[in-house]
Write a protein of this length. Structure first.
Length: 261
Protein backbone atom coordinates (compact mmCIF):
# COMPACT_ATOMS: atom_id res chain seq x y z
CA UNK A 1 0.00 0.00 0.00
CA UNK A 2 1.19 3.49 -0.84
CA UNK A 3 1.22 6.27 1.74
CA UNK A 4 -1.93 7.98 0.46
CA UNK A 5 -3.82 4.66 0.54
CA UNK A 6 -2.89 4.23 4.19
CA UNK A 7 -4.01 7.78 4.99
CA UNK A 8 -7.41 7.01 3.51
CA UNK A 9 -7.55 3.85 5.63
CA UNK A 10 -7.67 5.66 8.98
CA UNK A 11 -11.45 5.82 8.63
CA UNK A 12 -11.64 2.03 8.85
CA UNK A 13 -12.39 0.36 12.17
CA UNK A 14 -9.25 -1.78 12.00
CA UNK A 15 -6.44 -0.60 9.74
CA UNK A 16 -3.71 -3.14 9.02
CA UNK A 17 -0.29 -1.72 8.13
CA UNK A 18 1.61 -4.00 5.71
CA UNK A 19 5.09 -5.31 6.37
CA UNK A 20 6.58 -3.11 3.65
CA UNK A 21 6.29 -0.21 6.16
CA UNK A 22 8.24 -2.02 8.86
CA UNK A 23 11.24 -0.73 10.79
CA UNK A 24 12.91 -3.62 12.55
CA UNK A 25 10.46 -5.21 14.97
CA UNK A 26 8.07 -2.26 14.71
CA UNK A 27 6.29 -0.10 12.15
CA UNK A 28 7.96 3.05 10.82
CA UNK A 29 7.28 5.70 13.48
CA UNK A 30 6.72 8.53 11.03
CA UNK A 31 3.91 6.56 9.41
CA UNK A 32 2.00 5.81 12.63
CA UNK A 33 2.42 9.44 13.74
CA UNK A 34 1.11 10.67 10.38
CA UNK A 35 -1.85 8.29 10.48
CA UNK A 36 -2.78 9.41 14.00
CA UNK A 37 -2.50 13.05 12.95
CA UNK A 38 -4.72 12.39 9.94
CA UNK A 39 -7.44 11.11 12.26
CA UNK A 40 -6.96 14.02 14.66
CA UNK A 41 -7.20 16.56 11.86
CA UNK A 42 -10.73 15.41 11.13
CA UNK A 43 -11.88 16.66 14.54
CA UNK A 44 -10.94 20.28 13.79
CA UNK A 45 -13.00 22.82 11.88
CA UNK A 46 -11.65 23.89 8.44
CA UNK A 47 -9.25 26.80 8.25
CA UNK A 48 -7.18 25.82 11.28
CA UNK A 49 -3.91 24.26 10.07
CA UNK A 50 -1.56 22.25 12.24
CA UNK A 51 0.87 24.43 14.19
CA UNK A 52 2.50 21.96 16.58
CA UNK A 53 2.47 18.21 17.20
CA UNK A 54 3.89 16.34 20.19
CA UNK A 55 4.23 12.57 19.91
CA UNK A 56 5.10 9.95 22.54
CA UNK A 57 6.06 6.57 21.11
CA UNK A 58 4.68 4.51 23.99
CA UNK A 59 5.34 1.08 22.51
CA UNK A 60 6.17 -0.60 19.19
CA UNK A 61 3.38 -0.85 16.62
CA UNK A 62 3.74 -4.19 14.85
CA UNK A 63 2.95 -4.70 11.18
CA UNK A 64 0.16 -6.93 9.86
CA UNK A 65 -1.93 -6.44 13.01
CA UNK A 66 -4.99 -4.14 13.24
CA UNK A 67 -4.66 -0.68 14.78
CA UNK A 68 -7.43 1.66 15.95
CA UNK A 69 -7.49 5.38 16.69
CA UNK A 70 -9.06 7.46 19.46
CA UNK A 71 -9.46 11.22 19.10
CA UNK A 72 -10.65 13.77 21.67
CA UNK A 73 -11.19 17.46 20.96
CA UNK A 74 -9.90 19.00 24.21
CA UNK A 75 -10.77 22.60 23.44
CA UNK A 76 -11.88 24.70 20.52
CA UNK A 77 -11.43 28.44 20.99
CA UNK A 78 -12.05 31.33 18.65
CA UNK A 79 -8.78 30.76 16.76
CA UNK A 80 -7.11 27.62 18.16
CA UNK A 81 -8.01 23.99 18.74
CA UNK A 82 -6.29 21.39 20.95
CA UNK A 83 -6.72 17.73 20.05
CA UNK A 84 -5.51 14.54 21.71
CA UNK A 85 -5.05 11.31 19.80
CA UNK A 86 -4.09 7.73 20.58
CA UNK A 87 -3.22 4.73 18.49
CA UNK A 88 -4.11 1.37 20.02
CA UNK A 89 -3.05 -2.12 19.09
CA UNK A 90 -3.95 -5.28 20.96
CA UNK A 91 -5.92 -3.21 23.46
CA UNK A 92 -2.83 -1.17 24.47
CA UNK A 93 -1.88 2.42 23.73
CA UNK A 94 1.16 2.37 21.44
CA UNK A 95 1.27 6.06 20.50
CA UNK A 96 -0.10 9.20 22.16
CA UNK A 97 -0.19 12.62 20.52
CA UNK A 98 -1.25 16.19 21.25
CA UNK A 99 -1.81 18.59 18.36
CA UNK A 100 -2.37 22.35 18.29
CA UNK A 101 -4.25 23.84 15.34
CA UNK A 102 -4.72 27.55 14.78
CA UNK A 103 -5.97 30.05 12.25
CA UNK A 104 -4.05 33.23 11.45
CA UNK A 105 -4.29 36.26 13.75
CA UNK A 106 -3.58 39.92 13.10
CA UNK A 107 -0.10 40.83 14.33
CA UNK A 108 2.56 43.46 13.70
CA UNK A 109 5.34 40.93 14.37
CA UNK A 110 7.01 39.61 11.22
CA UNK A 111 10.41 37.88 11.34
CA UNK A 112 11.72 36.13 8.24
CA UNK A 113 13.25 32.68 8.60
CA UNK A 114 16.86 32.03 7.72
CA UNK A 115 17.29 30.48 4.26
CA UNK A 116 18.38 26.91 3.76
CA UNK A 117 22.11 26.15 3.55
CA UNK A 118 23.72 25.61 0.15
CA UNK A 119 23.89 21.90 -0.68
CA UNK A 120 24.30 19.80 -3.82
CA UNK A 121 21.19 18.82 -5.77
CA UNK A 122 19.49 15.53 -4.81
CA UNK A 123 20.95 13.69 -7.82
CA UNK A 124 24.46 14.70 -6.71
CA UNK A 125 24.03 13.31 -3.17
CA UNK A 126 24.60 9.68 -2.10
CA UNK A 127 21.38 7.66 -1.89
CA UNK A 128 20.33 5.39 0.96
CA UNK A 129 19.25 2.45 -1.16
CA UNK A 130 16.71 -0.06 0.04
CA UNK A 131 18.54 -3.33 0.61
CA UNK A 132 16.23 -6.12 1.84
CA UNK A 133 17.37 -7.45 5.18
CA UNK A 134 19.81 -4.57 5.68
CA UNK A 135 17.94 -1.25 5.54
CA UNK A 136 14.50 -0.81 7.15
CA UNK A 137 11.66 -2.05 4.96
CA UNK A 138 9.94 1.35 4.84
CA UNK A 139 12.91 2.85 2.95
CA UNK A 140 11.53 1.23 -0.21
CA UNK A 141 8.87 3.97 -0.09
CA UNK A 142 11.09 6.98 0.71
CA UNK A 143 14.06 8.33 -1.24
CA UNK A 144 16.75 9.83 1.02
CA UNK A 145 19.91 11.52 -0.27
CA UNK A 146 22.74 12.38 2.15
CA UNK A 147 23.96 15.99 2.20
CA UNK A 148 25.05 16.36 5.86
CA UNK A 149 27.01 13.97 8.06
CA UNK A 150 27.45 10.28 7.41
CA UNK A 151 25.48 7.06 7.00
CA UNK A 152 24.53 5.21 10.21
CA UNK A 153 27.27 3.09 11.79
CA UNK A 154 30.06 4.91 9.92
CA UNK A 155 31.97 5.50 13.16
CA UNK A 156 32.25 9.23 12.40
CA UNK A 157 31.74 11.82 15.21
CA UNK A 158 29.77 14.40 13.23
CA UNK A 159 27.05 16.50 14.87
CA UNK A 160 24.92 16.95 11.74
CA UNK A 161 22.97 14.48 9.63
CA UNK A 162 20.46 14.85 6.84
CA UNK A 163 19.80 15.65 3.24
CA UNK A 164 17.02 15.45 0.66
CA UNK A 165 13.89 13.34 1.11
CA UNK A 166 10.73 12.54 -0.85
CA UNK A 167 8.31 9.69 -1.48
CA UNK A 168 9.43 7.38 -4.25
CA UNK A 169 5.83 7.34 -5.49
CA UNK A 170 4.29 10.74 -4.85
CA UNK A 171 0.60 11.22 -4.16
CA UNK A 172 -1.60 14.05 -5.34
CA UNK A 173 -0.39 16.67 -2.87
CA UNK A 174 2.12 17.40 -0.11
CA UNK A 175 -0.03 17.67 3.01
CA UNK A 176 1.00 17.98 6.65
CA UNK A 177 0.71 14.20 7.07
CA UNK A 178 3.26 13.74 4.28
CA UNK A 179 5.67 16.17 5.94
CA UNK A 180 5.28 14.36 9.27
CA UNK A 181 6.16 11.00 7.72
CA UNK A 182 9.14 12.32 5.76
CA UNK A 183 10.70 14.15 8.71
CA UNK A 184 10.76 11.01 10.85
CA UNK A 185 12.24 8.88 8.07
CA UNK A 186 15.79 9.91 8.92
CA UNK A 187 17.70 7.70 11.36
CA UNK A 188 18.80 9.24 14.64
CA UNK A 189 21.85 11.42 13.99
CA UNK A 190 23.72 9.70 16.84
CA UNK A 191 23.89 6.45 14.84
CA UNK A 192 26.69 7.80 12.63
CA UNK A 193 28.91 7.76 15.75
CA UNK A 194 28.63 3.98 16.08
CA UNK A 195 30.99 1.59 14.30
CA UNK A 196 28.55 -1.33 14.14
CA UNK A 197 24.76 -1.74 14.00
CA UNK A 198 22.82 -1.17 17.22
CA UNK A 199 19.12 -0.55 17.84
CA UNK A 200 17.79 2.95 18.39
CA UNK A 201 14.31 4.44 18.52
CA UNK A 202 12.47 7.71 19.12
CA UNK A 203 11.10 8.20 22.63
CA UNK A 204 9.41 11.56 22.09
CA UNK A 205 9.06 13.92 19.18
CA UNK A 206 7.92 17.52 18.74
CA UNK A 207 7.20 18.97 15.30
CA UNK A 208 6.17 22.51 14.36
CA UNK A 209 4.75 23.35 10.92
CA UNK A 210 5.40 26.83 9.52
CA UNK A 211 2.51 28.83 8.03
CA UNK A 212 1.68 30.23 5.64
CA UNK A 213 2.98 27.06 4.04
CA UNK A 214 5.56 27.54 1.32
CA UNK A 215 4.78 26.02 -2.07
CA UNK A 216 5.49 22.29 -2.25
CA UNK A 217 4.51 19.89 -5.00
CA UNK A 218 3.85 16.26 -4.14
CA UNK A 219 7.01 15.10 -5.94
CA UNK A 220 9.31 17.89 -4.69
CA UNK A 221 12.13 16.89 -2.34
CA UNK A 222 12.45 18.50 1.08
CA UNK A 223 15.78 19.27 2.74
CA UNK A 224 16.37 18.00 6.31
CA UNK A 225 19.26 18.87 8.63
CA UNK A 226 19.47 17.48 12.17
CA UNK A 227 21.97 18.65 14.79
CA UNK A 228 22.91 16.72 17.93
CA UNK A 229 22.58 18.95 20.98
CA UNK A 230 23.81 16.34 23.45
CA UNK A 231 24.09 12.57 23.77
CA UNK A 232 25.08 10.24 26.60
CA UNK A 233 23.88 7.48 28.87
CA UNK A 234 21.94 5.80 26.05
CA UNK A 235 19.95 8.89 25.03
CA UNK A 236 20.40 11.56 22.38
CA UNK A 237 18.78 14.98 21.95
CA UNK A 238 18.53 16.46 18.47
CA UNK A 239 16.90 19.37 16.70
CA UNK A 240 16.18 19.54 12.99
CA UNK A 241 15.15 22.07 10.36
CA UNK A 242 13.23 21.30 7.17
CA UNK A 243 13.11 23.45 4.00
CA UNK A 244 11.50 23.12 0.59
CA UNK A 245 13.55 23.02 -2.60
CA UNK A 246 13.39 26.81 -2.89
CA UNK A 247 15.08 27.16 0.52
CA UNK A 248 11.95 28.26 2.41
CA UNK A 249 11.36 27.03 5.96
CA UNK A 250 8.73 24.28 6.23
CA UNK A 251 9.04 22.76 9.72
CA UNK A 252 11.08 22.49 12.93
CA UNK A 253 11.64 19.25 14.80
CA UNK A 254 13.02 18.04 18.15
CA UNK A 255 13.52 14.45 19.24
CA UNK A 256 14.67 12.43 22.21
CA UNK A 257 16.02 9.08 21.07
CA UNK A 258 17.25 5.97 22.84
CA UNK A 259 20.32 4.19 21.53
CA UNK A 260 21.64 0.80 22.66
CA UNK A 261 25.25 0.93 21.67
Amino acid sequence: MHFDELLAGVEKDDLVIPASWGQGRATFGGLVAALTFQKMQGAVQPGRPLRALQVAFVGPVTVDEPVTFEVELLREGRAASQVQGRLRQGGEVRLAALASFGSERESSVMVAADPAPEVPTPDACPELRHIPGVTPEFTQHIDMRWAFGHFPFAGKPAREMGGWMRFREAGNAMGDAHVIALVDAWPPAVLQHLKKPAPASSMSWSLEIVHPRPEMRADDPLLYRAVIDQAGGGYGHTQATIWNRQGELVALSRQTVTVFG
